[in-house]
Design a protein around this ligand. Structure first.
Ligand SMILES: NC(=O)c1ccc[n+]([C@@H]2O[C@H](COP(=O)([O-])OP(=O)(O)OC[C@H]3O[C@@H](n4cnc5c(N)ncnc54)[C@H](OP(=O)(O)O)[C@@H]3O)[C@@H](O)[C@H]2O)c1
Length: 239
């Protein structure tokens, strides 16, 4: 039985991650971290789901999340926000909130997860960290602070893999283009139009498509794949 921590697992991409884990690993123990309670439709599917209320913009919330790490096999850093303002209009408070949730919480939780892993001196077990970044990390974004936080966690992913891979940590991230979730409400219309026009299918991603990629990285991807950023962008950014 594997134990998964899914930040932002109550709705959007995170809820689809929880559902996909349940399908692929019915005995899974899943801890959902979020401010708002997940719906009964999600939690009633399995006895293995626990919700821990935590605000990842606060130290209290980060500590509550860290307290769930004992015996955990996988940390999925999925929670994130977008303010959706250009850097001239965003307030210091809004910018700091986004940096706290999208970047600082991901760093602190990842390091705590690694520290917990390293308590096992034998280091015979592998543990996985998957970060939900964004295509904004690669092609820029009108909300520059959003793009910068996402670029930071792509870089974090590489550093974790490089400096902790030998100890059994497998860390990869995904870089999705626009996904049909509540977050779309924060994306300027101009960018939405542009992103749809440049996708080869002419549509946004469904949250299940991102979740399936993340759950593959959490459960099945080969251990030799470490430090990768998987683009899920329908040809919008080919490299
Ligand atoms: N949608 C897109 O177009 C897109 C594209 C690329 C990458 N992403 C990334 O995918 C991830 C999930 O986004 P989504 O599209 O599923 O958006 P969403 O539907 O708005 O969900 C955001 C999730 O983050 C949680 N969250 C936000 N602030 C939090 C806080 N202070 N403490 C704890 N949890 C918090 C939310 O739960 P509560 O509000 O209950 O706390 C919710 O579960 C984000 O990191 C986002 O940047 C999204």
């Amino acid at each position: 039985m594997s134990k998964y921590i899914v930040t932002g697992g109550n709705r959007g991409i995170g809820a689809c991650i929880v559902e996909d884990i349940q399908t692929k690993d019915p005995a899974a123990q899943i801890i959902i971290i979020s401010r708002q309670k997940p719906g009964d439709a999600l939690t009633s599917k399995s006895d293995g789901i626990t919700w821990v209320q935590a605000d990842l913009s606060t130290q209290e919330g980060i500590n509550a999340t860290k307290n769930t790490f004992r015996g955990a096999d996988v940390l999925i850093n999925n929670a994130g926000i977008m303010i959706g303002k250009n850097p001239f209009d965003i307030s210091d408070e809004e910018r700091n909130l986004m940096v706290a949730i999208n970047q600082n919480a991901v760093v602190e939780l990842s390091l705590a997860f690694i520290a917990e892993h390293n308590k096992n001196k034998a280091k015979t077990i592998t543990r996985r960290i998957i970060n939900n970044a964004s295509i904004a990390a690669q092609i820029g974004h009108p909300d520059m602070w959003y793009g910068m936080t996402k670029a930071a966690i792509v870089n974090l992913t590489k550093s974790i893999a490089k400096y902790h891979g030998a100890d059994g940590i497998i860390c990869n991230c995904v870089a999705p283009s626009t996904v049909s979730t509540d977050m779309m409400n924060m994306i300027p219309d101009e960018r939405k139009k542009m992103m749809k026009a440049v996708a080869v299918t002419g549509r946004f991603a469904e949250p299940q498509e991102i979740a399936q990629t993340i759950v593959w990285l959490a459960t099945q991807s080969p251990e030799y794949m470490n430090g990768a950023c998987i683009d899920v962008n329908n040809t919008i950014y080919l490299r």
